[in-house]
Design a binder for this molecule. Structure first.
Ligand code: CDP
Ligand code: CDP
Length: 226
């Protein structure tokens, strides 16, 4: 029988992780889990309750009343906080600009990491984030580290925003992306780093389809050696 693998996709902001992970999951009939959405959900939840985002005890206390859920949706998966659909809310700029603060809290990471491992236990999963290959699923059979230049990533985010009717200057987007990358790469717990055994894919000059094909080939090659 076909092995149901664990596929970990990590990398900096706007490298294309979620876009590509979703398509790869579809191609293999795997489940897709967006771990960034989970950090965003906690950020949204804490902000909505007026919790001091750097107060670890207060944030983890607030998390006790939060159950994060995913539901299939078209075109995008829906994200829930208990019964509340927070799919759109967690992509708002105020959440985006605060999420790295929440993601630096060790106890928040422990709680979310446990939930992520549970979701991945049976395999047949594509999980994207910052620390999947290093911390969450160190034994994943496939580990991809997606990168692209900061200028290219800012352009991609710009185009995405325009589609949503938001116009933020390109230079501001690039500065925000670089600041978040810096925070994510320098935090003490599970910083954004490439796992030793991850395959790096530089997507700067690549189309989405090219990236999906590249990763699909890596997965096929891996499954044939197991
Ligand atoms: O899609 P985008 O690159 O903007 O970010 P995301 O994947 O939604 O992740 C949002 C934030 O959550 C990141 O900037 C990290 O601070 C945090 N994160 C994390 O620390 N660990 C993960 N496994 C996933 C996300
Ligand atoms: O999840 P992450 O933050 O890494 O990136 P994303 O939200 O999946 O992708 C950011 C944007 O880049 C999306 O609008 C994609 O359509 C676009 N894009 C891409 O993901 N990959 C390419 N090779 C080219 C564009």
């Amino acid at each position: 029988a076909e092995q149901a693998l664990q596929v970990a996709i990590d990398g900096p902001a706007s490298a294309g992780k979620s876009t590509v992970a979703k398509l790869v999951a579809k191609r293999f009939g795997y489940i897709y889990v967006d771990t960034g959405a989970m950090y965003r959900a906690v950020t949204f939840w804490a902000m909505q309750r007026g919790v001091d985002l750097s107060d670890e005890a207060a944030v983890t206390a607030a998390m006790q009343s939060l159950k994060i859920g995913f539901k299939p949706g078209d075109p995008d998966q829906l994200v829930f906080a208990n019964d509340q659909d927070i799919t759109m809310a967690i992509r708002q700029p105020d959440v985006t600009n605060n999420v790295s603060t929440i993601a630096a809290l060790p106890q928040v990471r422990t709680i979310l990491t446990d939930q992520q491992r549970e979701m991945a236990a049976a395999g047949g999963i594509v999980m994207d984030g910052r620390d999947i290959g290093t911390t969450v699923l160190p034994h994943a059979q496939v580990k991809i580290f997606l990168v692209a230049s900061a200028a290219e990533r800012a352009k991609r985010r710009y185009a995405e925003n325009i589609k949503k009717g938001i116009e933020t200057p390109l230079a501001q987007l690039q500065a925000e992306i670089e600041l978040r990358d810096h925070k994510d790469s320098t935090r003490k717990v599970s910083p954004l780093t490439k796992a030793q055994d991850a395959i790096e894919v530089d997507t700067t000059p690549m189309s989405i389809e090219e990236v999906v094909t590249t990763i699909a080939e890596i997965i096929k090659k891996q499954s044939s050696t197991i």
